[in-house]
Write a protein that binds this ligand. Structure first.
Ligand code: NDP
Ligand code: MG
Length: 390
């Protein structure tokens, strides 16, 4: 039996992972499941999958978790240190599906114990890619992509020489506002931004799809995962979301990965890698699909995208600034204190301000430095735009 843990088990990726696991319960020995405030879901899944430990990220939820697990023999724990302790427990395969930079420490802990890390938590690669990859290497651990685009690229590269890769083309649905008149974007509401045309995902990544902050993170994720140069990474809007990404080679050939927009595809690939197993995903009927369309992303619609290239050009700890400023700006947008387009203005201003502070961005990429930068960038978002943030 494979020992497995799922961090962010109660979220969209976590639940899709559990959907696959519960189809073959005898194949897996579940070590740890983690969640946040959804204690009913966390305890239900922990009991169903007979996990050894269930952890909520939030200490004020511990009593509720203990009550829900009373008499089951399943350990209950709470808080960041408990997440890290649970991630340090030996497991063959660990799903990293916490949302935000909060996924970094548990991800590092899982790699330190040599687990294969299925990485949905792109934020940890954006804020600390080098640290994550070096930790994996030092511990002979493997990191597998779960983001659909990166899974597609990874699959397109099987058996290929990286030297032969000319370009990587990441597809983007264009999000909720892809067809909106540009002059209405500034007034877009949280409710309008929270509905995705093709994918069913957590609220934060859905809003990040509308602003393309998600694609910006994915551009950086591509660089960290595959080691390509920024100028080799392109983004194309593909409204049908059936091509998940494309690798272009030096002979002009392009390998595209197609499939229904269902995250169980990428999760299942990471779960069974290096094999392929049957997955309960819809099969595409290309005659019904009939056509696939593409268009270049408009800079005015998606200002976040250009910021990703600035982050890569600057290097150092700028990824940690970018991710944290984005997370904090998104908090304020969700709280209806910041406008939709203000998010990218505020993030750009924080990047510029922190770049001006001597030595900050060029400090070595240690966990402490990443966490310090993360904290400073969030605070800078709060200070920077009092006229915008009510
Ligand atoms: P959700 O919001 O649906 O789930 C997030 C999970 O993290 C939940 O289990 C939540 O607990 C938990 N959580 C929330 N805050 C914290 C915290 N501070 N510390 C620890 N745990 C916390 O997100 P998604 O499943 O959509 O996304 C998860 C990750 O996967 C993100 O990094 C996202 O970018 C990435 N991803 C998601 C895709 C998708 O299709 N959804 C596609 C590609 C990547 P609770 O709900 O109990 O409060
Ligand atoms: Mg993606």
């Amino acid at each position: 039996m494979r020992k497995l843990s799922i961090f962010g088990a109660t979220g969209s990726i976590g639940q899709n992972t559990i959907d696959l696991i519960r189809r073959a319960p005898d194949a897996y020995d579940v070590v740890a499941l983690s969640g946040g405030t959804n204690i009913a879901q966390l305890s239900k899944n922990a009991i169903e999958l007979n996990a050894k430990i269930a952890v909520t990220a939030f200490p004020d939820q511990l009593d509720a978790l203990r009550d829900a697990l009373a008499g089951t023999g399943i350990e209950a724990a709470a808080g960041e240190a408990a997440l890290v302790e649970a991630a340090s427990r030996p497991a063959d395969w660990v799903m990293s599906a916490i949302v935000g930079a909060a996924g970094l420490k548990p991800g590092l802990a899982a790699l330190e114990q040599g687990a294969t890390l299925a990485l949905a938590n792109k934020e940890s690669l954006v804020c600390a890619g080098k640290l994550l990859m070096e930790t994996a290497q030092r511990n002979a651990a493997t990191v597998l992509p779960v983001d659909s685009e990166h899974s597609a690229i990874f699959q397109g590269l099987v058996g290929e020489d990286m030297e032969a890769v000319e370009r990587i083309i990441i597809t983007a649905s264009g999000g909720a506002f892809r067809d909106w008149p540009l002059d209405q974007l500034a007034a877009a509401t949280v409710e309008q931004a929270s509905s995705h045309p093709n994918w069913n995902m957590g609220q934060r990544i859905t809003i990040d799809s509308a602003s393309m902050f998600n694609k910006a993170l994915e551009v950086i994720e591509t660089r960290e995962f595959f080691g390509v140069r920024p100028e080799q990474i392109e983004v194309i809007v593909h409204p049908e979301s059936l091509i998940h990404s494309i690798v272009g080679f030096r002979d002009g050939a392009m390998m595209a990965h197609l499939g229904a927009p269902d995250m169980r595809h990428a999760i299942g690939y990471a779960l069974h890698w290096p094999q392929r197993q049957d997955l309960p995903v819809e099969r595409l009927d290309l005659a019904k699909v009939a056509s696939l369309t593409f268009k270049a992303p408009e800079a005015a619609r998606y200002p976040a995208l250009a910021l990703a290239y600035e982050v890569m050009e600057r290097g150092g700890l700028m990824g940690a600034v970018f991710n944290a400023a984005k997370e904090r700006a998104l908090d304020h947008f969700i709280a209806k204190k910041l406008g939709f387009l203000d998010m990218s203005h505020v993030v750009a201003a924080v990047m510029e301000r922190m770049d001006g502070e001597s030595g900050l961005i060029d400090a070595p990429m240690t966990l402490d430095n990443v966490l310090r930068i993360d904290h400073l960038a969030r605070r800078a978002v709060d200070d920077l735009a009092p006229e915008r943030i009510g």
